[in-house]
Design a protein around this ligand. Structure first.
Ligand SMILES: Nc1ncnc2c1ncn2[C@@H]1O[C@H](COP(=O)(O)OP(=O)(O)OP(=O)(O)O)[C@@H](O)[C@H]1O
Length: 233
């Protein structure tokens, strides 16, 4: 299994009796492309934070690529994430005043998986594959279009050749044409590099791109409670 969760519970306020994530059991097999959909506030980003080690669970077992994240120190989790997990954020999280190359180099800095000259070449190759014109690779990313920034975010997530790619609905601000282009590109990269994919979104129209589709409320008991709260039940 690429991901395996067992009795995972998480709440932001440690004393709170109502967790945001409460997952008895869930797993992702190697090579799977899984789409988890759920309403806003249901805990999608929180779940991804736990799986990537940016958040730590209160209780339970989180195993990613055979390693227990819940048993690691913060430092070990940061290193594990940099070495093994690609992450595309909702709002890309690029550094606006750096160009594409330097934004991607930063991801490698924390992992140091490639020596400098090889890294430069690998970044250029990846950006070419993602149809980024050379002249746009040396501009601050704040001067690029949203579509170009998305491609840089994909390149940054893939530069360390992750076995697992986690994507937090980066398509929500896009029109349909750009959304389809993003999804097609993402899926072609995932297939070419045999990466396992976990993608979350509220947008059910993305479901046909995936081989496994799940509702967050069927995995996360706390999401059902959040849904009842939002409906005033
Ligand atoms: N840093 C935080 N501190 C306290 N509560 C938070 C924090 N981040 C999120 N929450 C709460 O946790 C719940 C789940 O939020 P989360 O962002 O995981 O949902 P989501 O499904 O990703 O929502 P969206 O689709 O709107 O991004 C919400 O009630 C939210 O208010």
């Amino acid at each position: 299994m690429v991901i395996s969760l067992n009795n995972v519970c998480f709440s932001y306020a440690k004393q709170s009796s109502s967790p945001v994530v409460n997952i008895p059991s869930w797993s992702l097999a190697e090579g799977e492309k899984c789409f988890i959909h759920g309403a806003s506030g249901g805990g999608k980003s929180t779940l991804l934070g736990l799986l990537s080690g940016m958040l730590t669970s209160n209780t339970g077992e989180i195993t990613v690529l055979g390693e227990r994240l819940d048993k690691m120190s913060n430092r070990q989790r940061d290193k594990f994430r940099a070495d093994n997990i690609g992450y595309v954020f909702q709002s890309f999280n690029l550094i606006p005043f750096l160009d594409a190359i330097d934004n991607i180099k930063l991801a490698n800095y924390f992992s140091k998986s490639l020596p400098k000259p090889i890294l430069q070449q690998a970044i250029e190759n990846l950006l070419t594959k993602l149809n980024m014109a050379e002249k746009n690779c040396s501009k601050p990313v704040r001067d690029l279009s949203i579509g170009q920034q998305q491609r840089i975010a994909i390149a940054r997530a893939l530069i360390n050749k992750p076995k697992l790619l986690i994507v937090d609905e980066p398509t929500s601000s896009l029109d349909q044409e750009n959304r389809d282009a993003f999804m097609t590109l993402l899926m072609s990269m995932v297939e070419a590099h045999s990466i396992s994919l976990l993608f979350v979104s509220h947008d059910m129209s993305l479901a046909p791109y995936f081989d496994r589709v799940e509702a967050l409320s069927s995995i996360n008991i706390a999401a059902i409670d959040a849904l009842k709260d939002s409906q005033g039940k």
